[in-house]
Write a protein that binds this ligand. Sequence first.
Ligand SMILES: Cc1cc2nc3c(=O)[nH]c(=O)nc-3n(C[C@H](O)[C@H](O)[C@H](O)COP(=O)(O)OP(=O)(O)OC[C@H]3O[C@@H](n4cnc5c(N)ncnc54)[C@H](O)[C@@H]3O)c2cc1C
Length: 121
Amino acid sequence: MSLADARDRIQFGKPIASYQAVAHKLVDMQIMTDAARGLLYRSTSLLDHDEDCSSASAIAKIFATENNVRCADIGIQVMGGAGYSMDHLMQMFWRDSRVGPIGGGTNEILRNVVSKRIGLS
Ligand SMILES: Cc1cc2nc3c(=O)[nH]c(=O)nc-3n(C[C@H](O)[C@H](O)[C@H](O)COP(=O)(O)OP(=O)(O)OC[C@H]3O[C@@H](n4cnc5c(N)ncnc54)[C@H](O)[C@@H]3O)c2cc1C
């Protein structure tokens, strides 16, 4: 949504997506999405092979949910006032993303799971 908006939104005579500072934000969002997907596939592949995926799935959940919050926040920033306004869904994505690190096992507890797996507790 923010990518489409950045392509359409003209400021100072150009689409804001053509400004490097904006493009880098969109690239960071792509990096976070690709990395989260990779961690998810690692976890599901372990599951498919009947291997222990508890640590890998905890890592995937922590990474995906925390970066989802970051992505939604960046999405608002890229859209400016429109992203914050109730006229667009981006503000809802930001609010909804916030439950990710809380639900389904809080990320603190999942860090405890990983901590045990690497022999820290
Ligand atoms: C919108 C929404 C939908 C939900 N849907 C469901 C659902 O469908 N099914 C369901 O079962 N639950 C659901 N939940 C509940 C959710 O799983 C809990 O909110 C979550 O497990 C955290 O429990 P709590 O809210 O009691 O927080 P608390 O357990 O009170 O924790 C508060 C904070 O302390 C931290 N903390 C607690 N203990 C430790 C510890 N030992 N070490 C480090 N940090 C710790 C937590 O990580 C958290 O940051 C939902 C919650 C929300 C907000």
